[in-house]
Design a protein around this ligand. Structure first.
Ligand code: AFP
Length: 458
């Protein structure tokens, strides 16, 4: 009987047999037994279609129309009848379940019992594409490491899942009462918005029970976030900024999630501060998700940078930007909050004057780090958040923002410095340590280093 037959066994007894009997009786009575049954399968099916349409039975009509289109000898994919059926499937004239049901119920429909032909037809109705999902990409990457335990892959899956949930809420933000500040402040004294807290909880909940992590650290928590006692511990540490740029939520500007993964370096099963305070160069992987006109996940695990765009229709991240490299040359921008010019040190002002005098770069500043860096990564240029008189250590966080983005940029052929030193070489001493940041195309980063490095303590 096969799978379709088994699937329809229940409905067959309660619905299909009485339905079929009704159709036959009406058909035989209305057209006369002999003429109703005379003729080819095509003709009989055409009459059945007429009867069920007259009886206002749309699903039976779809069923017989499917059978009619496929009736006769199967001529292989590309045959006239097959093409008709394929087009009907693609255009949704005949729903797939109707075809499956027909294949099981109507002998002589041309493709009954011919599993090969039938699947060819279904395949023929699909658009010809070669799509790499994030899952497939992760599996293929994991195969390159025969000793991999799968834990690392599993962390990436879980981050992607959390990103989809956050993306859904970000898209709804204008519709539901989730906007506005929650009325509390985070460890940096900044107003926390509801979506920040939501994103923070989503990521934590997606990761806390998997047995892959020994601890986490989030921009929204003052201390290391432990794994609950009831769950097993693993060998990795996750550091994340759940929703960067959240002051932009209310005005529909892109915002993002940033993450960084380290290996646990201390003994004992619980992770601790020391596991979190590792230089960026020791990151095993880093990435970000930008919630913009589309949602994109960009990540590196040290072998190139890959960008995946979320297809909301199927809920999958699809590889859209394989092997991202920061472009050199035209079309590049510098990106800095120029309203702070008066607070800048002389080297920073000199650097800006030189850039403007050269006139090769245009200016863009969104004020949402992930969005500004994402543009810089794809189009080339330089993003800067320098130290200044008000923020002598800069504003951005080394562990949750600068280090993960620096790894991505380095992997894409760019660079990232704090002033004198590479971001990836900085050894953090505090969880929420801030740093100045210059990140982007390598030539521009080195130009910045030449101008500001001398006066920078970083
Ligand atoms: P919010 O999360 O408070 O919006 O801060 C965003 C951010 O940390 C980073 O995403 C921006 O690049 C930077 O601050 C913008 O800071 P300025 O408003 O000082 O330019």
């Amino acid at each position: 009987m096969g799978i379709p037959g088994i699937l329809v066994a229940g409905p067959l007894v309660s619905v299909a047999i009485p339905g079929l009997l009704l159709i036959l009786i009406v058909g035989l009575v209305s057209e006369g037994a002999a003429s109703f049954l005379a003729g080819s399968t095509d003709l009989v099916l055409a009459r059945l279609i007429r009867v069920v349409e007259a009886l206002a039975m749309p699903s039976w009509a779809a069923l017989f129309r499917g059978a009619w289109l496929g009736a006769g000898r199967h001529r292989g994919v590309g045959g006239r009848r097959t093409r008709r059926l394929t087009r009907a499937l693609r255009e949704g004239i005949i729903p797939r379940p109707a075809i499956t049901l027909t294949a099981a119920l109507v002998p002589g429909s041309g493709w009954c019992g011919r599993r090969g032909c039938f699947s060819d037809l279904l395949r023929g109705s699909m658009p010809e594409t070669s799509v790499t999902t994030l899952s497939r990409h992760i599996v293929e990457e994991e195969r390159k490491h025969p000793h991999a335990t799968g834990a690392f892959s599993s962390i990436l899956y879980d981050i992607a899942l959390a990103a989809k949930i956050i993306s859904r809420e970000v898209n709804k933000a204008g519709l539901v009462d989730i906007l506005g500040q929650a009325g509390t402040t985070n460890v940096h004294g900044e107003a926390v918005q509801k979506l920040d807290m939501f994103a923070d909880a989503v990521i934590y909940k997606a990761m806390d029970h998997t047995g892959n992590l020994c601890c986490m650290a989030s921009e929204e928590h003052s201390d290391v976030v432990p794994i609950p006692d009831r769950f097993p511990r693993g060998n990795y540490v996750l550091l994340y900024d759940p929703l960067d740029g959240s002051s932009n939520i209310d005005v529909n500007v892109p915002i993002g999630t940033i993450f960084s993964i380290h290996r646990k370096i201390t003994s004992g099963s619980d992770g601790c501060l020391e596991d979190c305070l590792q230089p960026g160069s020791r990151q095993l992987a880093a990435g970000y998700v930008v919630y913009g006109s589309s949602t994109m996940l960009v990540y590196t695990s040290g072998a190139g940078v890959y960008g995946f765009t979320l297809d909301p229709g199927i809920g999958e991240f699809l590889l859209s930007h394989p092997n991202i490299c920061i472009p050199a040359g035209a079309g590049r921008t510098y990106s800095v909050n120029e309203s702070y010019t008066e607070r800048w040190q002389p080297g920073q002002r000199r650097f800006m004057d030189e850039l403007k005098r050269e006139g090769r770069l245009s200016s863009r500043y969104i004020g949402s780090l992930v969005a500004d860096v994402h543009r810089t990564l794809l189009q080339g240029g330089l993003f800067m958040y320098p130290a200044d008189a008000r923020n002598p250590r800069g504003k951005l966080r080394l562990l949750y923002e600068a280090a993960p983005l620096a790894l991505i940029c380095r992997q894409a052929g760019g660079g990232a410095i704090a002033g004198r030193r590479d971001i990836l070489d900085l050894a953090p001493t505090e969880l929420h340590q801030r740093t100045p940041l210059y990140i982007g195309s390598l030539d521009l980063v080195e130009h910045a280093r030449a101008c500001v490095g001398g006066e920078s303590e970083f």
